[in-house]
Design a protein around this ligand. Structure first.
Ligand code: ADP
Ligand code: MG
Length: 317
């Protein structure tokens, strides 16, 4: 398709943006007008994806659209917020309507799953880059934060770890990429239902984007505690187990990143409530460790201190 003008692109986007009762005015004016429910807090987050940094140049446009929204919804999930509205800055090398249509196939497929309304944005010319601001709703005092972990709490993580990093590793090695791992890289699942179900149960929560150990360290710093993590307990998919030797797999799980799972802490007294929350959310989770008074994150394998073997990282260099 030949390039089109900015306003034609915006018109294509506007046509597809879903309505929501609390959007008084959506795309088309200088601002959107939104009507937050009385008494609710807004959870606001922003994440950008740049070509060549956050995704390879040959990534399918629909996957870019999905992922750009998914990483933002994952932040809302980590706070226990219900996704509501967002704005999108789109920087494009050309006004390519084919790219824009495919991008929004992925974007709106995920938005529809969560009743998320696109209410505005900006469209400019430049290197391919996408930035989204997402707004969610949460009752005052009920948001899941990083600073509530306490000594003795159990540490949990949802889903499986290392799949996206495994796909990236295969891609970098020029090897065949396992379809299951590829899907986890391109179309991460934001754990929105789990985040909502954990309100009032989890003492702290974070989404895993930079690697489990690194993100757990954020919880520990914010909470003034430490953590002991059982490396063998980290959940792995069958696809990851099939594709990598155990040493490499553990590195991908512990430090790979791009998982968009939730890592959260739960007081031992809330174990039964957690079971119900997991069932309600329909999301699996695994207990991977314990919060300690001693600060720092200590991964342990077979009773000894573990750290990612240096060889595990050289392929990334
Ligand atoms: P202005 O110059 O007043 O900022 P624009 O011409 O940039 O307005 O945008 C026109 C309308 O289209 C605005 O409502 C804006 O929010 C919306 N818009 C522009 N780009 C996007 C986009 N990529 N996604 C969603 N809405 C967009
Ligand atoms: Mg503008």
């Amino acid at each position: 398709m030949p390039p089109v003008h900015e306003f034609d692109l915006i018109a294509r986007i506007r046509q597809r943006a879903a309505a929501r009762g609390d959007v008084v005015l959506g795309i088309g004016d200088d601002c959107a007008l939104l009507l937050p429910p009385p008494g609710m807090q807004l959870a606001v987050t922003m994440d950008a994806l740049n070509v060549g940094v956050h995704f390879p140049p040959d990534t399918a446009p629909a996957d870019i659209g999905w992922k750009a929204l998914a990483v933002n919804l994952s932040d809302l999930a980590a706070m226990g917020a219900q996704p509501a509205w967002g704005t999108l800055s789109l920087s494009l090398p050309q006004g390519d309507p084919g790219f824009v249509d495919a991008f929004f196939d992925g974007f709106f497929a995920l938005a529809a799953q969560h009743g998320f309304a696109l209410v505005g944005g900006d469209t400019t010319r430049g290197p391919l880059s996408i930035a989204i601001t997402a707004h969610g709703l949460v009752e005052p005092g009920r948001a899941l934060r990083r600073d509530g972990a306490r000594e003795g709490d159990d540490i949990w993580v949802s889903g499986t770890l290392g799949d996206a990093a495994g796909a990236l590793r295969q891609w970098q090695a020029g090897a065949a990429i396992s379809p299951v791992l590829q899907a986890r890289l391109d179309r991460p699942t934001p754990r929105v239902a789990l985040g909502l179900a954990l309100r009032g149960i989890a003492s702290s929560c974070i989404d895993v984007s930079d690697g489990l150990l690194a993100d757990l360290a954020h919880i520990c710093r914010a909470s003034g505690v430490g953590a002991e993590v059982d490396v063998d307990a980290l959940p792995a998919s069958d696809a990851l187990r099939a594709a990598f030797d155990p040493d490499t797999r553990r590195v991908l799980q512990a430090a790979g990143g791009d998982d968009y799972e939730l890592c959260f802490t739960v007081p031992v007294t809330a174990a039964a409530a957690l079971g119900e929350a997991l069932a309600e959310a329909g999301t699996g989770a695994t207990r991977i460790g314990t919060v300690t008074a001693a600060t720092g994150v200590r991964p342990i394998l077979a009773g000894a201190a573990w750290s990612a073997p240096a060889t595990g990282w050289q392929h990334f260099a």
